[in-house]
Design a protein around this ligand. Structure first.
Ligand SMILES: [Zn+2]
Length: 408
């Protein structure tokens, strides 16, 4: 009896402290009294925990501006996260794109590293990835403050076990990413493993509450070589709760369409991913149908999304048609997602929507295909594409784990 009570008590202690740390992270600067009211925990519990966290340097007291009408000029002391107290390494690992960064609690990037050598082989890839990240990890001004590492990869990930179940593009299956990264990094601390679109959603949730405003739920549409759209419930727990990887790139638009990387036909990705657009643009180049793109890319190896978008901007007829098709299908997919789950906000990260005409066309298609166009309560925000958003999101996943851990 005694033992079980003791166990329950310690579990309550752990849960209370985690709730307090999360509240400070999400709502700070915040007063002790407000934390106590919001969490429905006794004020002495808040005071004791805050004292421990201050002693460890993880949270700090900040002076609030006097609120004359209420306190006759008396300043209240607020509590906020000490953003610089711990650092996190975030890593994104893809076939031809590897990024790593050192982030503090608030998503400020202190250092970054990048490597775009192509490795289709898992072993080679993770070795190169960890080699790159190790340089950040071993920096003198970083290593003693690292409290966690986050790694994200495309594909189906079991984040609880730290295993990449399958990366369809490269046929990587059942790879123990957590174990391999720990060994190659020589790092014994916590390692979070996430799908790379989910990581971006965690990053938005932790570092971009400005974009999410009061949204209770949001979807994060990420378009790169593939397309994914995880759905996130914006709760007080760090990073919220994510429902699946959101592999909407493989929703079938036309069963008789082109073959997708997954082996099925006519998936959204086969029309509207960066890879699909580049493939189609390359065909137009070869067959002499894209005169403006041809001027921008004298050799076929020079083709890039940036060049394609430039050719679209300059009115290349073949590229205009390819982009119109891609953007229309994305608009249809977004309308379908919205009709199905109706998130409060949808964040969209893609180079395609650096072009105003693509943003306008996308919203037009969405509006035309929503179940009811009179209820436009879903807000669409275009997130500037960022080659480090995955690495930073992986760091967010590590921060999320850190905030759950008990501090003695
Ligand atoms: Zn597919």
């Amino acid at each position: 009896m005694q033992i079980s009570q003791g166990k329950n008590l310690s579990r309550a202690k752990v849960e209370n402290q985690s709730a307090i740390r999360n509240m400070i992270y999400q709502r700070g600067p915040i007063s002790r009294l407000e934390i106590s009211e919001k969490l429905e925990l006794a004020l002495p519990t808040i005071t004791t925990n805050v004292a421990t966290l201050i002693a460890k340097g993880l949270v700090k007291e900040v002076e609030n501006a006097p609120r004359a009408e209420k306190t006759l000029g008396r300043r209240t002391t607020l509590i906020d996260i000490a953003e610089d107290s711990r650092y996190f390494i975030g890593i994104e690992m893809r076939g031809a794109l590897r990024r790593a960064c050192v982030s503090d609690y608030r998503g400020n990037r202190l250092y970054t590293a990048a490597d775009d050598t192509f490795y289709a082989d898992y072993e080679e890839n993770i070795r190169a990835t960890c080699e790159m990240a190790k340089k950040l990890l071993s920096r003198e001004d970083v290593r003693d403050k690292i409290a966690g590492v986050g790694i994200c990869v495309p594909g189906l990930v079991d984040s609880g076990k730290g295993i990449l179940r399958v990366h369809p593009g490269y046929q990587w299956r059942n790879k123990d990413l957590r174990r391999d990264a720990a060994r190659l990094l020589g790092y014994e601390g916590p390692i979070s493993v996430e799908n790379n679109a989910c990581a971006r959603a965690y990053g938005a949730h932790l570092f971009h509450q400005d974009l999410l405003r009061e949204a209770q739920s949001f979807a994060y549409l990420y378009i790169s070589a593939g397309i994914a759209c995880p759905l996130c419930f914006n709760s007080l727990s760090p990073g919220g709760t994510i429902a699946g990887e959101g592999e909407v790139g493989h929703m079938v638009m036309d069963p008789a369409g082109p073959v997708c990387s997954c082996g099925n036909r006519g998936c959204l990705e086969a029309y509207a991913s960066e890879r699909a657009v580049l493939d189609r643009a390359a065909v137009a180049l070869r067959t002499g149908h894209a005169p403006i793109l041809r001027k921008l890319c004298p050799g076929p190896e020079e083709i890039s999304i940036e060049k394609v978008l430039e050719a679209q901007d300059q009115g290349d007829p073949a590229i205009l048609a390819i982009m119109e098709d891609a953007v229309t299908r994305l608009g249809l997919a977004i309308a379908n997602i919205d009709n199905f789950v109706r998130p409060d906000t949808m964040l969209i990260e893609s180079k395609f929507f650096l072009q105003e005409r693509n943003r306008i066309r996308l919203l037009e298609v969405i509006h035309q295909n929503l179940y009811t166009e009179t209820v436009m309560d879903v807000k669409f925000s275009f997130v500037p594409p960022d080659a480090f958003s995955g690495a930073l999101g992986a760091a967010a996943a590590a921060i999320r784990e850190d905030l759950k851990a008990y501090v003695e």
